[in-house]
Design a protein around this ligand. Structure first.
Ligand SMILES: [Zn+2]
Length: 147
């Protein structure tokens, strides 16, 4: 299972994996312990707190796959910086994203030629949970047509 996480990003590792009836839940985190403030680029390793982000990834064997990604909040000690803390960024998901970039690509690829309601049903049968309106929003963002 750790190899699966390495395919997502080689700097991440698997802490725990639970297989449920319709979901696979994988707890992961980055192996990095040095971070850079996104506002001023100063390095920091002073952890303020930790939380988990829930991010849907590509399904595995028809099961919805959820990544629980340990996300650190760090202090920025640069007195010139406007921010006192910042959150760890993950390369495979946007800042407030709920889906990995590779899952978003898969959804877009399957949604371009069918109506959003058909796409939503088709994706559900493959283990991807997304509403018709979320598909519409994604298509609009990527300048596609929404059926
Ligand atoms: Zn800073």
């Amino acid at each position: 299972m750790n190899a699966l996480i390495q395919l997502l990003d080689k700097n991440y590792e698997l802490y725990d994996c639970r297989i449920k009836e319709s979901d696979i839940i994988m707890e992961i985190g980055s192996k990095t312990n040095r971070f850079f403030c996104p506002y001023c680029s100063q390095p920091s390793d002073r952890v303020h707190s930790c939380y988990q982000r829930e991010i849907q990834d590509l399904p595995i064997r028809g099961k919805r796959t959820i990544l629980l990604v340990t996300t650190r909040k760090l202090f920025c000690d640069n007195p010139e910086c406007q921010k006192k803390t910042f959150s760890e960024r993950h390369p495979f998901v946007s800042i407030k994203g709920k889906k990995t970039a590779r899952l978003e690509n898969a959804i877009l690829n399957k949604s371009v030629d069918v109506s959003s309601i058909s796409a939503s049903k088709l994706l559900a049968s493959e283990g991807i949970r997304i509403s018709k309106s979320s598909i519409c929003a994604m298509l609009k963002k990527n300048a596609g047509d929404c059926g």
